[in-house]
Ligand binder design. Structure first.
Ligand code: SAM
Length: 380
């Protein structure tokens, strides 16, 4: 095994081995410590240190890796050698783990600060990994048609402003026989998830700053961000505070246009926040954890010509009984029941290898045996 020395004297498996042997947990831990503790970490976005619960903790990282490996297993083949897009890659830790499994990964995210951090730590890795981070919108991807074998979206779809646009783009950039793999924990079929999410939404919109709500830390509530943006644009504090209340869900140019209209006509925008509305980040324009009925996503994927298969995900990355329950309850006949109990869902959607009306012609990556959705029956 060829090895490279990393910060702290530990080792990282060399590129020669990646395709056949994923790194051990010890090697992955050493790499995460290298990323987190290296002096260049002073240049990371401040958000990086709170974004992952505990990247250098064995228990957390072990769970994260097991989660990733069970998710990727839905493909039915290894990721080594595949051209992969991580759509909404954030800080890119998952993309990095996939590159360590031999995938050639492109990371796309609209958040400049996250991509900058990703690039900063890639530069200090001892062994060059096949990863290309890029700023961009998943609904208008900067890639040629048929560029990827696999498009991934992990906990990201609930933040996209234009999910249909993302599906169209994913179908375009996938090669015939390639697959889109989705994972999200905003399952609107589970009533507890809906209750928790409404509380998260309210806190993101109205605060208070510093609140901890179901694993989220509220930094500056959106209503306060809108007020501050309007004050910076020259409005008096009182007017800015009034308009901040009246402009829930507006962002960027829309916010300033609404303020201008109010100043010209006295007409209030009338968008006071109501419970059950998913707030939108006033600067970046992304949603905070939209809820999805995953069966509707399945229908939308069929509409762009992909062949989706839906599974509930009850958890189990820690192993033990939950992993067994997950394996039993998420089998296709039990999926409708499991979707009411699970917080999360996973979808794998294949792009047909040939004309949509024909079956797969033996491409080992194409797995069209259990499509669900309007035309596929099965798990609806
Ligand atoms: C909850 S994070 C998940 C990040 C990463 N997939 C992970 O698992 O750590 C959601 C990400 O989606 C990104 N995002 C939201 N809308 C996007 C869009 N339209 N285009 C690209 N990225 C987007 C956000 O910037 C954010 O990094």
């Amino acid at each position: 095994m060829s090895e490279s020395t990393i910060h702290g004297g530990s080792t990282l498996p060399g590129s020669v081995d990646r395709a056949s042997t994923p790194p051990s947990l010890d090697e992955t831990l050493a790499l995460m410590r290298h990323i987190v503790e290296h002096p260049v970490s002073a240049r990371y976005s401040p958000w990086f240190s709170t974004y992952y619960a505990d990247l250098t903790g064995r228990e957390y990282l072990g769970r994260y890796v097991r989660f990733l490996d069970t998710w990727l297993a839905m493909l039915g083949r290894p990721v080594a050698g595949l051209e992969i897009l991580d759509a909404g890659c954030g800080f890119g830790i998952m993309a990095t783990l996939i590159a360590l499994r031999g995938g050639r990964v492109h990371g796309l995210d609209c958040h400049q600060g996250m991509i900058d951090t990703f690039r900063t730590y890639l530069d200090i890795l001892p062994d060059e990994l096949p990863i290309t981070p890029q700023v961009g919108d998943v609904a208008a991807m900067p890639y040629e048609d048929a560029s990827f074998d696999l498009v991934l979206s992990h906990e990201a779809i609930s933040h996209y402003g234009d999910v249909d646009g993302f599906f169209r783009e994913a179908a375009r950039v996938l090669r015939p026989g390639g697959a889109l793999l989705l994972s999200d924990s905003n399952n609107a079929l589970n009533p507890q998830v809906v209750r928790d999410t409404w509380q998260i939404w309210r806190a993101f919109e109205l605060g208070p700053a510093g609140a901890q709500v179901h694993g989220h830390t509220i930094e500056t509530p959106f209503i306060d961000q809108r007020r501050d943006l309007l004050i910076q644009a020259g409005l008096a504090e009182e007017t800015a505070a009034l308009l901040a209340q009246e402009t829930s869900g507006l962002w960027g140019k829309q916010l300033f246009e609404a303020a201008k209209r109010y100043q010209e006509t006295g007409e209030l925008p009338g968008r006071v926040y109501r419970d059950g509305q998913c707030p939108i980040d006033p600067v970046q324009g992304y949603y905070i954890e939209r809820l999805f009925d995953p069966r509707e996503l399945v229908a939308a994927l069929c509409a762009v010509g992909l062949r989706p298969s839906l599974r509930a995900y009850l958890g189990g990355a820690r192993g033990g009984l939950l992993a067994v329950a997950n394996a039993l309850l998420t089998s296709p006949p039990l999926t409708p029941l499991a979707l009411r109990l699970a917080r999360a869902f996973r979808i794998v959607a294949y792009k047909p290898s040939s004309a949509p009306s024909q079956r797969s012609s033996g491409n080992t990556f194409s797995k069209e045996d259990n499509p669900v959705g309007p035309s596929g029956g099965g798990n609806k």
